[in-house]
Design a protein around this ligand. Structure first.
Ligand SMILES: Nc1ncnc2c1ncn2[C@@H]1O[C@H](COP(=O)(O)OP(=O)(O)OP(=O)(O)O)[C@@H](O)[C@H]1O
Length: 255
């Protein structure tokens, strides 16, 4: 039932404690939103799940042999590299131990084209990555992580620096993918992510897990504004104060 099971996990970098005694179980096909302040340990948690970092204490178990796809922060991606969309997606087929002059098979190319088509990117197939919008590039990086059909997909700030429309498209894409994948998203975009996640975790050295993400949303508002969200209308007003967004006539009367 659980794709990821983390028990009593602590991670230290020398004397620095990044994560302390963390427990977390992630169900199959769940979308977990991971939030928390800068330096709270979110990336350390991802890297531990990906086995890039070894736990100081405790253990991380992945169900069966579930493979994991990883989408790193796209700000670290070199956009000036002369490579097209199809080639970026195909790169996801390369084994971790890169063999020089490794060739892609006909099936690799067919799989990549099918995936690009499925994600609505076919018309961009031959475009150089330097000529993509931020949202398009992010979708291509997600496609690269999906090419091996992993059961678990982990994304580190997938919508950072994207406009509202691109964010919505990425979040909707992830929601669809969660029909048969377990997805972990590290994000600072709390306002945008809540409608799309099933559960939430707040990481600040320790981890608080929320079966109901709305509870975390309420706690964040309470911390920010010093009072709790009593009614839906009040929540709308607070949302509007943050976003400046007007939703409907009814809404406008509340102001
Ligand atoms: N390689 C490292 N060596 C020493 N300390 C590190 C190392 N990597 C991270 N840390 C420290 O571990 C803590 C957690 O860092 P981490 O990058 O996991 O946080 P984060 O929540 O991902 O932060 P952000 O939101 O800013 O990306 C921080 O105090 C950070 O300074």
């Amino acid at each position: 039932m659980y794709d990821i099971n983390i028990e009593n996990l602590s991670v230290y970098y020398g004397p620095v404690c990044a994560l302390q005694n963390i427990n977390l179980k992630v169900k199959s096909n769940e979308i977990l939103g991971i939030m928390g302040p800068n330096g709270g340990g979110k990336t350390t948690l991802l890297k531990t799940i990906l086995k890039i970092i070894k736990p100081t204490e405790g253990k991380v178990s992945i169900k069966g042999d579930s493979s994991i796809g990883y989408v790193p922060q796209f700000t670290v991606f070199n956009r000036s590299f002369p490579i097209n969309v199809l080639d970026v997606v195909l790169m996801g087929k390369l084994s971790r131990k890169i063999k020089w002059f490794q060739k892609y098979s006909f099936k690799d190319k067919k799989d990549a084209e099918e995936l690009i088509n499925k994600l609505g990117l076919l018309e961009l197939k031959n475009r150089q990555i330097g000529q993509l919008s931020g949202g398009q590039l992010q979708k291509v990086l997600i496609a690269r992580a999906l090419i091996t059909d992993p059961k678990i997909l982990i994304l580190d700030e997938p919508t950072a620096n994207l406009d509202t429309k691109a964010k919505k498209e990425i979040h909707e894409m992830l929601k669809k993918l969660s029909e048969n994948k377990t997805i972990l998203i590290v994000t600072h975009e709390m306002k945008d992510i809540f409608p799309y996640i099933d559960t939430a975790a707040y990481v600040n050295k320790t981890l608080h897990y929320y079966e109901n993400p709305q509870k975390l949303k309420s706690e964040i508002f309470e911390k920010t504004y010093g009072y709790s969200i009593g009614t839906i209308n009040k929540e709308k007003v607070i949302d509007k104060k943050i976003t400046g967004h007007k939703e409907d006539e009814d809404d406008q009367r509340i102001i």
